[in-house]
Ligand binder design. Structure first.
Ligand code: NAD
Length: 488
């Protein structure tokens, strides 16, 4: 039983359309209380083997269905998740520590939309055809699903990111073995309960729960899983690349970021400040696209800083289930300590912490005293070489520094190993285009943040990843193309 004597939630793997218990389990914590509330299968090679076998067996039938048949099933699944949106949102918030508001308005609606989006986009792809009249030939391309896809996802946007992989993979006719993060497995398990009702045949979607080193690695090393779509840290991606190399697997890697916001002196601060607060602190700063380096042009630097810090102090930290709370709990005790350690390092280097960790006091409700909470923290007077300006912190911490020229800020923004997302704030259209083109970043938002058209490519350059996801990109990743030549 849990600390408040409720029975522990015990998850089971979902293989070949059935829930199956595992021989061993790992504890999963409620980040807002620090209590164990759930037990997650500690799957290994055996469970992965069974799941891959089921996925292989389901492939011939699923891959031969028409896109329209698959589309109808995915739309049904979207409807079923949407019908239970509140239950999914509650579960995501409890399991991950994120606010109920974020789970209700971002995570679960997006999970629903992922299925609807790929259910629709799969109906609209066309293949290529060229003609060589002089030799009497036409060439055309044909695309087919690859087989069993291995899908590995992180803990920050659990169902959102897992369905961003499952939806395109199965829409294209592949079958899948998915492994969510061991820290946030509950909503994936809830989704499995809806698959049969949606009409997903047994074995098309299998979910194996467990750790990265055991279950994840067994999936990466399995010879019958020719493609792996992974979202997570750059360090894990290196390991996955190494482990999959002997099999020459196809990899899609969506990794970390150290995302800059560049605020020019002609920016509309009434838009820029609230959006940059969100881009720094939304979901506790635990989004790969979060801003963590804010470059502000010298002329407006003090005004920006004053207003930004004053607004940051208004963000309410507390029980994630309270709808008035803006910042929930971080994912784990270890992660909280890691994020805090960056603030300490910055202080030791001579930087100034203007609000948050170590500066302001955090009053928590009685039941949340042992939760993994932290105040939104703003650091300034920090050098570009500092670890706080170079490494991904992945928490509610952002650095604000001044710059003088366009040329200078482009160079400084690019001087990290990552290249995922950037935001540019300016009312000069010419400048916006110039800067966007030169930033080493897979995504550039100007005068906004996190507005996505899923049709277009998503992904990072440099250490932020390999490959892109989106309507066309995911279709290409999850299918094998063939060029056919006909002489007449
Ligand atoms: P992580 O790399 O620790 O874990 C991600 C997943 O990989 C988990 O399911 C984990 O169990 C599994 N895993 C760990 N070791 C493995 C191994 N050796 N073999 C196979 N699987 C393994 O990442 P995390 O801490 O869960 O997530 C945070 C990271 O994810 C951050 O770096 C963040 O930037 C990144 N992220 C990137 C994107 C993106 O789209 N670019 C989106 C969200 C998060």
């Amino acid at each position: 039983t849990t600390a408040d004597s409720k029975p522990l939630l015990v998850l089971e793997n979902f293989i070949a359309g059935k829930f199956v218990p595992c021989s061993s389990y790992i504890d999963s914590y409620d980040p807002s209380t620090g209590d164990v509330y759930c037990r997650v299968p500690d799957s290994g090679r055996e469970e992965v083997e069974a799941a891959v076998k089921a996925a292989k067996a389901a492939f011939p039938i699923w891959s031969s269905k028409s896109p329209l048949e698959r589309s109808q099933i995915l739309n049904k699944l979207a409807d079923l998740i949407e019908h239970d949106l509140e239950a999914f949102a509650q579960a995501e918030s409890k399991d991950q520590g994120k606010t109920i508001t974020f789970a209700r308005t971002v995570d679960i609606p997006r999970a629903v939309y992922n299925f609807r989006f790929f259910a629709s986009s799969i109906l609209h792809h066309t293949t290529e055809c060229t003609e060589m009249a002089t030799v009497g030939c036409v060439h055309y391309t044909s695309r087919a699903p690859v087989g069993v896809a291995g899908l590995i996802s992180p803990w920050n946007l659990p169902l959102y990111l897992l369905t961003w992989k499952i939806a395109p993979a199965v829409a294209c006719g592949n079958t899948v073995v998915a492994k969510p993060s061991e820290m946030t497995s509950v909503t994936a398990w809830m989704m499995c309960k809806l698959l049969e009702k949606a009409g997903v045949p047994p074995g098309v979607v299998n979910v194996v729960f467990g750790t990265g080193t055991k279950a994840g690695e067994a999936l990466v090393c399995h010879p019958d899983v020719p493609l792996i779509s992974f979202t997570g840290s750059t360090l894990t991606a290196q390991r996955i690349t190494e482990k999959s190399a002997p099999h020459c697997k196809r990899l899609s890697l969506e990794l970390g970021g150290k995302n800059p916001a560049i605020v020019f002196d002609d920016a509309d601060l009434s838009q820029c400040i609230p959006t940059t607060l969100r881009s720094s602190f939304a979901n506790q700063g635990e989004i790969c696209l979060c801003t963590s380096r804010i470059f502000v042009q010298r002329g407006i630097y003090s005004e920006f800083l004053k207003r930004f810090v004053a607004e940051a102090k208004k963000w309410k930290v507390g029980n994630p289930s309270d709808p008035t709370v803006d910042v929930g709990a971080l994912i784990s005790k270890e992660h909280l300590e890691k994020v805090r350690s960056y603030v300490k390092k910055a202080q030791a280097e001579g930087a100034r912490v203007l609000c948050g960790e170590g500066v302001d006091s955090l009053a928590l409700p009685t039941g949340n005293q042992k939760g993994y909470f932290m105040l939104p923290t703003v650091i300034t007077e920090v050098k570009d070489e500092s670890c706080c300006m170079q490494e991904e912190i992945f928490g509610p911490v952002t650095c604000v520094v001044a710059f003088d020229t366009e040329e200078e800020v482009i160079e400084r923004a690019n001087s990290v190993k990552y290249g995922l997302a950037a935001t540019v704030w300016s009312s000069n259209v010419g400048r916006v285009h110039r800067v966007a083109r030169r930033l080493q970043s897979g995504l550039v938002w100007t005068n906004c943040w996190l507005i996505r058209d899923l049709n277009l490519p998503f992904g990072g350059m440099k250490a932020s990843g390999i490959g892109r996801e989106g309507a066309r990109d995911s279709y290409e990743f999850f299918t094998e193309v063939k060029t056919i030549t006909i002489k007449h």
